[in-house]
Design a protein around this ligand. Structure first.
Ligand code: 13P
Ligand code: SF4
Length: 303
């Protein structure tokens, strides 16, 4: 009897499909994916892939980003209900009002945003390339950064940009408390603390490294340290264990679950490939055209 994983493999070949998965996806989904990575790595893969079909295991803004970068491909989100609450914390009207208030400022939007917000922005960034993109904006009068106030404050802290931050946040990463880090250090004194920039500054300041999920994977691979406290969504522990099984990982807290990222399953990936499930991403072509500009600019400035 064929397993679900074998069925997925077979149909992927028949349809020239690839499965891309974010590092926060359930382990079983990561294990059958052709590529597992952070938002930046996934957007590069989506723009370069020669597959006809992309099954995007992540949340909606990620699948929409893949569609915007490769509109000729069929991009399927296996979990139609998986959104990102932070992406929905700013509406197009709110951004239009902000732009009116600061007409000479550039708009930099975190990729964790809706396609409409990307279409109204000058450039996108992810948590791994934010600093690189920000440096390219150093000549501008000011930068409107949306929607994550924590990633925004991290950029502000590391550059001398004049920034106005929107007040959005990730409900998962704001659960991180300074005492979680202090207690974890007592339990694991040998371990380095790696934290995501979506965490509040009071916590970032207590960590050893502030990194995107892809940055954490790179750091762990190249570090001589053997133990790590991981202050981001729990799914990353699975990625790290697969990539460097000889090292030890301690989740900062079992509260760090993103319910949207955890909706995925193998059955849904199979259903998407068989055309009996998932959501085929389709967007207004004008939005695709405008949002593409800010994403392509991000990819160019990240090189
Ligand atoms: P990465 O940029 O590390 O992939 O993070 C995406 C995300 O949703 C973090 O909450
Ligand atoms: Fe959005 Fe936070 Fe979930 Fe990332 S972890 S997808 S930012 S809610």
């Amino acid at each position: 009897m064929e397993t679900i994983a074998e069925k997925i493999d077979k149909i992927k070949k028949e349809k020239n499909a690839v499965v891309l998965a974010h590092t926060y996806q359930p382990g079983e989904v990561q294990d059958i994916a052709d590529y597992v990575g952070d938002s930046y790595g996934l957007s590069v893969k989506a723009s370069e892939s020669d597959a006809d079909v992309i099954v995007f295991c992540g949340v909606r803004f990620m699948a929409e980003t893949a569609h915007i970068l490769s509109p000729e491909k069929r991009v399927i989100l296996p979990t139609p209900g998986a959104g990102c609450p932070m992406a929905d914390m700013i509406t197009p009207d709110e951004l239009i009002a902000m732009k009116k208030e600061y007409p000479d400022y550039q708009v930099m939007c975190y990729v964790n945003s809706t396609s409409e917000i990307k279409a109204l922005s000058d450039v996108c960034c992810t948590s791994s390339n934010a600093m690189k993109i920000a440096r390219h904006l150093s000549d501008s009068k000011g930068v409107l950064f949306v929607p994550d106030r924590h990633l925004g404050s991290y950029i502000q802290q590391k550059t001398d940009l004049n920034m106005v931050l929107w007040d959005g946040f990730c409900p998962t990463h704001v659960r991180i408390q300074p005492q979680d880090i202090e207690q974890a250090r007592v339990r694991h004194p040998e371990a380095l603390v790696l934290i995501h920039p979506e965490a509040p500054r009071s916590c970032r300041d207590l960590a050893d490294e502030v990194l995107s999920t892809g940055g954490m994977c790179e750091f762990v691979k190249n570090s001589s340290a053997q133990q790590f406290i991981i202050a981001t969504e729990l799914g990353l522990i699975h990625t790290l264990q697969r990539q460097n099984p000889e090292k030890k990982y301690y989740p900062l807290s079992d509260k760090l679950l993103c319910p949207n990222m955890k909706q995925g399953s193998l059955e849904q990936v199979l259903a998407s490939l068989e055309g009996r499930g998932g959501d085929v991403i389709s967007l207004d072509p004008q939005i695709v055209h405008k949002a593409r500009h800010s994403l392509v600019r991000m990819l160019e400035l990240s090189k």
